[in-house]
Design a protein around this ligand. Structure first.
Ligand SMILES: Cc1cc2nc3c(=O)[nH]c(=O)nc-3n(C[C@H](O)[C@H](O)[C@H](O)COP(=O)(O)O)c2cc1C
Ligand code: SF4
Length: 551
C-alpha cells in the first residue's frame, strides 16, 4: 500500500474522510457514479485509479450493487439452518430478482431468516411477517438471551453518564503510567481472535514520540455466527466508547475511530447517539471535565468486506485505499492510520476497560485462568434451545455453557464450528471436554477466536459446509498474496465438483493445497482457513473420505 496515499488521505484529517465520502456518494444508487470518483480523486490529490480501485473492492460500493433494495443474509448459521431459500422466494413477491442482493452475516444468528431492508435488519419466519415488514418499514425488535455465569463484567447493568463522569475524573487524576499499569495488571488479552495483551500494545504506542495518534475500535465483527460485539455496541455502547477514551488518554491520542460493519445499521445509529450523549455531557471534545485532555470520535460505516476486520486492511480502508493487508513490521502501534501510531482493538477488549479501571487490574486478573484472565462473551446460535449471548469466566467448562446455560441442542448436532471461519471444527463428542480459554482450545487443536459457536446439524453434509467455507474465504480474500487468492478458489471448486458431480479429490493434492495456504499466506485469512478443514478431515473421515480418491 502506498505511504503517499496514506499521507494524502490524512491531509484532511478524519472530519473529511475519503472512505466516508465514497460511502455517502453510493447511498442513492448503491454505487459511486464515475464522475464523482474523478471529483473525489481530484479533491484528495490522488488518481482516479485509486478511488475506482477502492469502490470495486467493496460489496456495497461496487457497480454490481447498483439498484439493490434488499439483502439476504448468507452467513454460516442461516446457511446451516436452511432458512434462506424460502426467504428469497418470499422476497420475490415484493422485489424483482435484480433488487435482491446478499450480505454476509447480519448477526441475527439466534433466529435466522435474516435480511436487511430500508436500513434495518429483520428476521421474517413466514410470508405474513415478511409482508408486514415490507409494508411498514418499521425497525424490528430484536430479543435474545443475555446471561452471565458468575458476577457480570460486560453484561453488568447499564451504567448512566454520571458513573462514567466519576470514572473518567478518577482516571484523569491518575498518571497515565498508573492507568496503564492497571490495564497491564489485568492481563486482558485481545478478544478479536489473536489474544495479544492490550497493556503491551498500549505501552508500545505510548512510547512512540508523535503528537498525533489514534485509537481504533474494530467493530467489523465479520465472523459469521458472532454477535457479541453487536450486543456490546447496541446494548453497552458507553462501555465501548469510554474504553476508547481511556485508551486514548494512556497513549496520548485525541481521536478515536469506531469502524462498524455496514451489516449492523442499528449499531451505527446507537453508537452515534451515544457519542452525542457523551458530547452533551462534556465527556468528550476539547478540555474534557476541565482538564487539558481532548478526545473526538469518528464513526465509519464499513461497506461489506470481511478482510477489513484484519487490522491493517482496516487502516487502509479508513484511508480510502483498497483494503489489502499490509506487511508487518511496521506495526500499527508504530505506523498506523495516516502513518501515525495507532492502537487497534476489538470491541469486547475495549469494553472491558471501564470495569478494570473501576475495580483494579488485579481484581480482573483474579477471574478466569492464569493465562486467560477475566470473562469472555460467547454467542450461541439458533440450534441451541437458549440461543444468545453468555458471559462466563475464562476457564469455564464448555459443557456448562452449552448445556446448563445454552439449554443443549434443539436438533442433533455433529460438530461445532467455534471461533469464526478460521476457528476449529470441534466434534460434539469433544466439546464438553474443552474449557473457555485460549490454551484449552489450542492444546486440543482448535482455536477460541472470538468464541462464536455455530452448530452443524447431524444431517447437514460436511462437504457442503467446507465448500461454503472456501467460497467465503475466496470471496473475502484481499487478493494480495496468491496462495490465498488462488488456493481458496481452487479448494472451493474441488469441493463443489466432489459434492455435486461425483468427482474424487486427490488427497495428496488437497493436503498440499492446505499446507500451501497455511505456510504461504501473508495473513491469518489464508493462513487460518485450513484449520477447520484439517479438523474436519481428521475427525469426520468416515463422512468425508468418500469424496477423495482411494489412495
Ligand atoms: C481475516 C481476519 C479478520 C479479522 N476480523 C476481525 C474482526 O472482525 N474484529 C476484530 O476485532 N478483529 C478481527 N481480526 C483481528 C485483528 O486483525 C486484530 O488482531 C484485532 O482487531 C486486535 O484487537 P484485539 O487485540 O483487541 O483483539 C481479524 C483478523 C483477520 C486475519
Ligand atoms: S492471506 Fe489472503 S487476505 Fe491475507 S493478505 Fe494474503 S490474499 Fe490477502
Amino acid at each position: 500500500m502506498s505511504k503517499n496515499i496514506s499521507e494524502l488521505s490524512g491531509r484532511k484529517g478524519l472530519k473529511e474522510n475519503l472512505f466516508d465520502e465514497l460511502g455517502k456518494l453510493s447511498q442513492d444508487t448503491g454505487t459511486v457514479p464515475k464522475e464523482k470518483l474523478q471529483k473525489l480523486a481530484d479533491d484528495f490529490l490522488i488518481g482516479v485509479a485509486n478511488t475506482y480501485g477502492t469502490t470495486t473492492f467493496y460489496d456495497f460500493l461496487k457497480p454490481e450493487n447498483q439498484g439493490k433494495k434488499v439483502y439476504v443474509c448468507n452467513g454460516s448459521v442461516c446457511h446451516c439452518a436452511g432458512t434462506q431459500d424460502s426467504l428469497k422466494e418470499n422476497l420475490k413477491t415484493h422485489f424483482s430478482e435484480s433488487e435482491i442482493g446478499e450480505m454476509c452475516c447480519l448477526g441475527r444468528c439466534h433466529e435466522n431468516s435474516a435480511f436487511q431492508f430500508n436500513g434495518n435488519n429483520y428476521s421474517a419466519k413466514n410470508t405474513d411477517e415478511l409482508a408486514e415488514i415490507v409494508r411498514s418499514g418499521a425497525p424490528a425488535t430484536d430479543t435474545y438471551n443475555v446471561r452471565s455465569i458468575g458476577e457480570p463484567v460486560l453484561t453488568r447493568a447499564v451504567k448512566g453518564i454520571d458513573y462514567y463522569k466519576e470514572l473518567l475524573t478518577k482516571v484523569f487524576q491518575a498518571e497515565k503510567e498508573s492507568v496503564l499499569k492497571e490495564i497491564k495488571d489485568s492481563n486482558l488479552r485481545g478478544r478479536g481472535g489473536a489474544g495479544f495483551p492490550i497493556g503491551m500494545k498500549l505501552g508500545f504506542c505510548k512510547a512512540e514520540d508523535n503528537d498525533t495518534k489514534f485509537v481504533i475500535c474494530n467493530a467489523d465483527e465479520g465472523d459469521p455466527g458472532a454477535f457479541t460485539d453487536r450486543f456490546l455496541l447496541e446494548q453497552r455502547p458507553l462501555e465501548v466508547l469510554l474504553g476508547m477514551v481511556i485508551a486514548g488518554y494512556v497513549i496520548g491520542a485525541d481521536w478515536g475511530v469506531v469502524y462498524i460493519r455496514g451489516e449492523y445499521p442499528e449499531s451505527v445509529s446507537i453508537i452515534e447517539a451515544a457519542i452525542e450523549d457523551l458530547s452533551n455531557s462534556g465527556l468528550i471534545g476539547d478540555g474534557i471535565l476541565g482538564t487539558d485532555n481532548n478526545f473526538h470520535f469518528k464513526v465509519i460505516r464499513a461497506q461489506g468486506s470481511y478482510i477489513c476486520g484484519e487490522e491493517t486492511a482496516l487502516i487502509n480502508s479508513i484511508e480510502g485505499q483498497r483494503p489489502e493487508v499490509r506487511v508487518r513490521p511496521p506495526y500499527p502501534a508504530q505506523q498506523g492510520l495516516f502513518n501515525k501510531p495507532t492502537v487497534v482493538n476489538n470491541v469486547e477488549t475495549l469494553a472491558s476497560i471501564p470495569y478494570i479501571l473501576e475495580h483494579g487490574g488485579t481484581a480482573f486478573a483474579s477471574r478466569g485462568t492464569e493465562k486467560s484472565s477475566g470473562t469472555k462473551l460467547v454467542s450461541l446460535d439458533s440450534h441451541f434451545n437458549e440461543p444468545g449471548v453468555i458471559e462466563a469466566d475464562m476457564g469455564t467448562s464448555m459443557k456448562t455453557i452449552i448445556h446448563d446455560y445454552g439449554g443443549g441442542y434443539r436438533v442433533p448436532v455433529k460438530a461445532l464450528h467455534i471461533g469464526g471461519p478460521l476457528g476449529g471444527m470441534v466434534p460434539s463428542s469433544m466439546v464438553d471436554n474443552l474449557s473457555l480459554d485460549f490454551e484449552s482450545f489450542r492444546d486440543s487443536g482448535f482455536l477460541l477466536g472470538h468464541a462464536s459457536v455455530i452448530c452443524i446439524p447431524e444431517d447437514f453434509p460436511l462437504v457442503d459446509y467446507l465448500e461454503h467455507l472456501f467460497e467465503f474465504a475466496a470471496d473475502e480474500s484481499c487478493g494480495k498474496c496468491f496462495p490465498c487468492r488462488l488456493g481458496t478458489k481452487r479448494a472451493e471448486e474441488l469441493l463443489h465438483k466432489a459434492s455435486h458431480d461425483g468427482y474424487k479429490i486427490s488427497r495428496e493434492l488437497f493436503d498440499d493445497l492446505l499446507d500451501t495456504l497455511e505456510l504461504g499466506s501473508l495473513c491469518a485469512h489464508g493462513g487460518g482457513i485450513p484449520l477447520p478443514v484439517k479438523n474436519a478431515l481428521e475427525h469426520f473421515d468416515s463422512e468425508l473420505s468418500v469424496y477423495f480418491e482411494n489412495n
